[in-house]
Design a protein around this ligand. Structure first.
Ligand code: ACO
Length: 396
């Protein structure tokens, strides 16, 4: 039981909702989720339709500007984004100065933070400056991610080539000349980026809004979101899923022991890629990712896919998971597809960040455009000492 401190009595009623389980922090017209029924819509359009008929950049436009673009608008937007794919000149040496064996997420985050050193996003009330910062984040994001990976692998960075398109250029910059950029891979990666493009007030997006509510500029706010995404309970789960599958494979491929540890909560072991704060049914993004994993990996006979499918089947028939309404989330199958494309496991969360970029930007802009926005400043319930008298250290 919480004992209410004297300050609280002075400030009147407040609510305590640890983890914001039942608290809305804002109104938003961007994304609708019905967690009970497994519905996800962006600006009213079902994710299934967007994944099938739209593209990552088209959906980015939709999220950021509120309506789906005409062909002319999409061309203009794409040209604007692809016109910003070069990193600022001094950036590569700075990235090379980080320890080579470090995780790519802090490097990616530091890189986006460095965008802010040019000051081009400082006038947060100038729509043109905000539009340019928007294009720069979408354009430079893949270049920064690819450079991060090349430097980790001890390789030279690869200059962008806009003629290859958004995803093709990213693949070329990441893997170099020898990588075969097929339509199938481009489509699959584009679709995965799109699947991650927004998810209302998740931990990272709430962080973007939290930072931005102090009127911090766009790059600084997005950097906050990237750091929030890093954790294994959020975007870091895609890496954690793959590591879990590899661990089960190393233990002989039978997941019974692992599942027992999960259900008995041994050392806090979880079935990574399962469960969601909002979805109490199958995550619609996971359904789409699973379908694509099946199609893309069917020829490769990836033993990790077999393990993943078996884990899902076992979990969905198990009372522990059924009672708690735990289903696969978007991260359960995406890592297998990234792996098949050739991305190292540690890059998976960076790929999530590239996909979530338009959502973060759209929320920052929506918040800035909302005249009712105030600085986000939650209260707390104080549980510490009442007033007491301080004894100097020499007398204690
Ligand atoms: N494996 C085993 N048990 C789980 C899992 C899981 N993956 N997820 C939740 N549970 C259990 C909890 O231990 C708890 O059990 P209890 O009632 O016996 O105490 C119950 O289910 C409710 O879980 P909470 O932790 O209260 O759920 P919450 O909404 O706070 O957490 C979260 C959601 C963080 C996603 C959680 O399900 C989890 O840790 N999943 C694994 C990590 C993961 O996949 N994260 C990605 C989320 S999606 C995304 O960010 C893109």
């Amino acid at each position: 039981a919480v004992q209410l401190g004297p300050m609280l009595a002075k400030t009147g009623m407040t609510t305590l909702d640890v983890g914001f389980v039942n608290t809305s922090s804002c109104t938003s017209a961007i994304t609708y989720i019905d967690g009970g029924q497994g519905i996800l819509r962006h600006r009213g359009y079902p994710i299934e339709e967007l994944a099938e008929k739209s593209s990552f950049l088209e959906t980015s436009y939709l999220l950021i500007y509120g309506e789906d673009p005409t062909e002319a608008q999409l061309t203009e937007f794409t040209e604007k984004v692809m016109g910003q794919v070069e990193l600022p000149a001094q950036m590569t040496p700075l990235l090379q100065a980080f320890p080579q064996d470090t995780h790519p997420m802090p490097v990616f985050s530091a890189g986006v933070s460095l965008f802010g050193t040019h000051g081009d996003d400082l006038d947060i009330d100038d729509p043109k400056a905000v539009d340019m910062a928007t294009a720069r984040l979408l354009g430079r994001g893949p270049t920064l991610a690819a450079a991060t990976q090349r430097i980790r692998a001890g390789k030279d960075t690869v200059a962008p080539d806009s003629s290859l398109g958004y995803v093709g250029n990213f693949l070329r910059m990441t893997f170099g000349e020898d990588y075969e950029i097929t339509d199938e891979v481009v489509k699959a990666l584009d679709m995965l980026l799109l699947l991650h493009s927004d998810h209302e007030q998740n931990c990272s997006t709430s962080t973007v809004r939290m930072v931005g509510s102090s009127e911090a500029p766009l790059y600084a706010s997005i950097t906050g979101g990237i750091n929030a995404l890093y954790g294994p309970l959020h975007g870091g789960a895609n890496q954690a899923v793959l590591e879990m599958l590899e661990r089960i494979q190393a233990e002989g491929g039978d997941a019974t022991d692992y599942m027992d540890r999960v259900k008995n909560k041994v050392d806090g072991v979880k079935l990574m890629g399962f469960g969601h704060r909002v979805y109490k049914s199958y995550d619609p993004r996971a359904k789409i990712a699973k379908k694509h994993a099946d199609a893309l990996l069917s020829n490769s006979n990836d033993p990790l896919l077999e393990i993943a499918l078996k884990l899902e089947e076992t979990a969905l028939a198990d009372d522990y998971f059924v009672e708690r309404k735990l289903y696969p989330n978007v991260d359960f199958y995406t890592g297998l597809i990234y792996r098949a494309m050739g991305f190292p496991t540690e890059m998976f969360t960076v790929l999530f960040a590239l996909g979530r970029m338009p959502g973060w930007i759209a929320h920052w802009r929506e918040m800035r455009e909302d005249p009712t926005t105030k600085i986000n400043r939650p209260r707390q319930v104080y549980t510490g000492h009442d007033e007491r008298s301080f004894t100097p250290i020499s007398e204690r």
